[in-house]
Design a protein around this ligand. Structure first.
Ligand code: COA
Length: 534
C-alpha cells in the first residue's frame, strides 16, 4: 500500500511556532472543558452525594464496561449560553459499551438546576437520540430531572424539535426494535415522567427515585390531598402497585447493574470489531498540533495530516493528478476502512467533480466517508463562473447530501461558506462532527465579511456624494472582524451543538475509531442521488 510521508518535521522553526500558537488556543479551551465536566455548584454536588446518589458521569462510568471509552457528545453544550451556568446543558450524553453492546447513554445532571431541561438540554437529548437511531443503537436513560426549566418553557415546549420530540423518538425507536431502557435515579416530574413511562423497560431506585405527573405541591394545590413524594410515586408504588416501573433497585449501583443485565439479553446487536487489526501511523499523531499553521488563514497541507492520522500512514489516492485542491482516497483508522476527502486549497470545478465521483464510488461499496475541512470556499471570479463552478459545486453538494454511507466531519482548519456544505457540514448529516481547537467556521472569513460590508457602505455613501477616509473604513471593518472571530471559535460552536465535540488533534484517531465502530454494524442503506447538473 502507498505510504504518505510528511515534509514538515518536529524541531523545525515553523513546527515550533505552530506548536506555540496551538498551545495558546488549547489553554483557553481547557477551562471551559473543566467547568463543563464538574457539574453543578459545590453545594449542589454535596447535597446530591449526601442523598446517596452518584453524579451523572459517575453513573455512566459504572454503567459501561470497565476500561472502555465513553464517546461524549456535546460536552460543551450550554457553555456561557444562559444567564446561569448550565454545565454540559444539565445532561451528559454519549456512546458507551455495555456488556459488549454500543449504546447511547443520556444521564440528567440533577446538580444543575435540579436536572431541569433548558432549551439546549432538549436539543442535546434529541441529538443523542438521532445518533442512536442513525446507528441503530439501544438507548439508556439515567433519569434524574425536575422536567422543564419553567422560566424558559416557550423555548423548549411547543415546537417541532422541542420537549415532545424526546418522547416521540422513544416510541419510534422502540418500534424500530431499538431497546429503550430507563433507570429512574431521582425525580421524574411532569413531562419527565414520560421518559420512564414510555421506555420498554424501567428500573427505579428505592428512596431517591420518584415518578409522577404532578409532585406533592401540585397535588395539594389541585386537590388538597397531602402526600409525600415516595408515597405518591416512589419505587415501591411503581414496582408493586402501578406497574409504571419494572425493577426495584436498592441504590444507584444496583440500578446500573440491572440495566447492564437488560442490555445483555440476546437479540441486542453486539459491537462490531474492526475488519483489520488497528495499526498506528508511521508518523507520530502527537506532532499534529505542530503542523497546524500558526496563522489560521494559512491552510494546512493535506499530506501532513494524513501521514499522522491514518493506519500505518497508508493511503491509496484517487485521481491524484486531477483537481489536486481536494485530496481523495482510501485508508483505515483503527482498523476500519474509510474514504477520506481533505482540502488542499480552494475548490475548483475539477476538484468538485472529482470529489462528487469519489463519493459515488464510496457509496457504491458502502465505504464510510471522512471529511477533513480546511476550506475557504469555492473559487470565485468571472472565469470560474463562466466555467460553471456553481453547477460543479452543486454536484459535490448533491453527492454529499444523498450519500447514505456513514459520514464523519472534522474541521481541522477553516470551514467557510459553501465549502462547509460541500465538505459535509452539520446540515449534511455527518454521524458525528468535531472541530479542532484551532479551527474556525463561519459563512465567510471575518476579513471578507468586513470588506463586503464596507464596500456596500461606501457604495451607499457614494450615491449621496460622500466618501469614507481610510481610517473610517478601518474603524468600520474592525467590529465585523471581531464579531466573526468570536462566533467562529470551536467553543462557541460546541456550546450551541453545531459540532458534537472539540477534539484535540492527537485524540482524533481514537475519536474517529469509536465513531466508525459505532457505525460499523448499522444496517446498510441504498444511496439514490439527485439530478447532477452536467
Ligand atoms: N424549573 C426551573 N427551576 C427549577 C425547576 C423547574 N422545573 N425545578 C427546580 N428548579 C431549580 C430550583 O429553583 C433550584 O434553583 P436554585 O439552585 O437557583 O435555588 C434548583 O433547581 C434546585 O432545586 P431544589 O428544589 O433546591 O433541589 P432538590 O434537589 O431538592 O429538588 C426537584 C429538585 C427537581 C425535585 C424539585 O426542585 C422539584 O420538584 N421541582 C419542580 C419540578 C416540577 O414540578 N417540574 C414541572 C416541569 S413541567
Amino acid at each position: 500500500m502507498p505510504v504518505i510521508h510528511p515534509t514538515l518535521r518536529a524541531g523545525s522553526a515553523q513546527f515550533e511556532e505552530n506548536l506555540r500558537a496551538y498551545q495558546a488556543t488549547r489553554d483557553g479551551l481547557r477551562e471551559a472543558q473543566a467547568r463543563s465536566v464538574q457539574g453543578g455548584e459545590e453545594k449542589a454536588r454535596a447535597l446530591h452525594h449526601s442523598r446517596g446518589k452518584l453524579m451523572a458521569r459517575e453513573r455512566i462510568a459504572r454503567l459501561i464496561d470497565p476500561a472502555t471509552p465513553f464517546l461524549e457528545i456535546g460536552q460543551l453544550a450550554g457553555h456561557e449560553l444562559y444567564d446561569d451556568p448550565v454545565p454540559s446543558a444539565a445532561i451528559v450524553t454519549g456512546i458507551g459499551i455495555i456488556r459488549g453492546r454500543a449504546c447511547v447513554i443520556m444521564a440528567n445532571d440533577a446538580t444543575v438546576k435540579g436536572g431541569t431541561y433548558y432549551p439546549m438540554t432538549v436539543k442535546k437529548q434529541v441529538r443523542a437520540q438521532a445518533v442512536a437511531r442513525e446507528n441503530a443503537l439501544p438507548c439508556v436513560y439515567l433519569v434524574d430531572s425536575g422536567g422543564a426549566f419553567l422560566p424558559m418553557q416557550e423555548d423548549l415546549f411547543p415546537d417541532e424539535q422541542h420537549f415532545g420530540r424526546i418522547f416521540r423518538n422513544i416510541a419510534e425507536m422502540s418500534a424500530l426494535g431499538l431497546p429503550q431502557i430507563a433507570a429512574v435515579m431521582g425525580s421524574c416530574t411532569a413531562g419527565g415522567a414520560y421518559i420512564p413511562a414510555m421506555c420498554d423497560e424501567t428500573v427505579i431506585v428505592k428512596q431517591t427515585g420518584t415518578i409522577f405527573l404532578g409532585g406533592p405541591q401540585l397535588v395539594q394545590a389541585a386537590t388538597g390531598e397531602i402526600v409525600d413524594a415516595q408515597t405518591l410515586g416512589g419505587a415501591d408504588v411503581h414496582t408493586r402497585l402501578s406497574g409504571v416501573a419494572d425493577h426495584f433497585a436498592e441504590d444507584d449501583t444496583h440500578a446500573l447493574s440491572i440495566v447492564r443485565d437488560i442490555i445483555a439479553r440476546p437479540g441486542v446487536r453486539t459491537y462490531a470489531p474492526p475488519p483489520a487489526p488497528p495499526r498506528p501511523p508511521l508518523y507520530d499523531p502527537t506532532e499534529l498540533p505542530g503542523v497546524v499553521n500558526a496563522n489560521p488563514k494559512d491552510p494546512v497541507r493535506a499530506h501532513e495530516i494524513l501521514a499522522r492520522l491514518l493506519d500505518a500512514s497508508e493511503f491509496v489516492p484517487y485521481r491524484e493528478r486531477y483537481g489536486p485542491t481536494i485530496v481523495c482516497g482510501t485508508g483505515a483508522i483503527g482498523g476500519y476502512p474509510v474514504g477520506v476527502l481533505i482540502n488542499d486549497g480552494v475548490l475548483f470545478s475539477e476538484s468538485s467533480q472529482k470529489a462528487a465521483n469519489f463519493i459515488e464510488l464510496c457509496s457504491q461499496t458502502g465505504l464510510p466517508l471522512l471529511f477533513l475541512h480546511n476550506i475557504s470556499g469555492f473559487m470565485v471570479g468571472q472565469e470560474y463562473e463562466a466555467g460553471g463552478i456553481a453547477k460543479d459545486g452543486a454536484k459535490m453538494v448533491n453527492a454529499v447530501s444523498c450519500a447514505r454511507v456513514p459520514k464523519f466531519s472534522v474541521i481541522i482548519g477553516g470551514s467557510y461558506g459553501a465549502g462547509n456544505f460541500a465538505m459535509c457540514g452539520r446540515a449534511f448529516g455527518p454521524r458525528l462532527m468535531a472541530m479542532w481547537p484551532n479551527a474556525r467556521t463561519s459563512v465567510m472569513g471575518g476579513e471578507q465579511a468586513a470588506t463586503v460590508l464596507s464596500l456596500v457602505r461606501q457604495e451607499q455613501l457614494a450615491k449621496k456624494g460622500q466618501a469614507m477616509t481610510a481610517q473610517e473604513i478601518e474603524a468600520f471593518k474592525q467590529p465585523t472582524r471581531d464579531h466573526y472571530e468570536f462566533h467562529g471559535r470551536p467553543v462557541y460552536a460546541a456550546s450551541r451543538l453545531w459540532v458534537d465535540a472539540v477534539v484535540d488533534p492527537v485524540d482524533t484517531r481514537d475519536w474517529l475509531t469509536l465513531g466508525l465502530a459505532m457505525a460499523a454494524a448499522s444496517p446498510r442503506e441504498e444511496t439514490r442521488f439527485g439530478t447532477f447538473r452536467m
